[in-house]
Ligand binder design. Structure first.
Ligand SMILES: [Zn+2]
Length: 143
């Protein structure tokens, strides 16, 4: 069963909703790819054990979005923005600013969570159900 998870573009704060199966834990959303992570497009089977992929091993550690432009089943640009976002970055008539951003899943190597580096570089993951205009809250990523 899938459920919607929402993320904010780190640049303009545009909210994207993605149907997730929930096999993989989210680590961070960043405006750049983490070193050592590999990224799939949202229309690729980024979560292993998904539906109808012939048991194919999916080797993606995250998803690469292009703000307002990525298209996939289960992906939706909601038209909402983070309270501290910058909608002025979004061109007239566009759904987003057009910048890529990266959703990274938690990775493990040898049973240890892989540390991608300086955590102060990270922006917050908006993991709320899209039920209202509630902004990010809490001091950290919650992991
Ligand atoms: Zn954006």
């Amino acid at each position: 069963m899938s459920y919607p998870v929402t993320y904010y573009c780190p640049a303009c704060g545009t909210l994207v909703e993605l149907q997730r199966e929930g096999y993989l834990a989210d680590k961070a959303v960043t405006p750049y790819p983490l070193e050592g992570w590999s990224y799939a497009d949202p229309d690729e089977p980024f979560e292993a054990d998904g539906s109808g992929t012939d048991g194919e091993d999916v080797d993606a550690d995250g998803v690469r979005f292009v703000c307002g432009e990525s298209e996939a089943g289960g992906l939706r640009w909601t038209g909402e923005h983070a309270p501290d976002g910058d909608p002025s970055l979004v061109p007239e008539g566009a759904d987003g600013c057009g910048e890529p951003f990266y959703l990274s899943f938690v990775r493990y190597e040898d049973g240890q969570e892989v540390d991608p580096g300086d955590p102060t570089e990270f922006v917050e993951v908006a993991s709320d159900r899209p039920s209202g205009p509630r902004g990010p809250s809490g001091p950290g990523l919650g992991f």
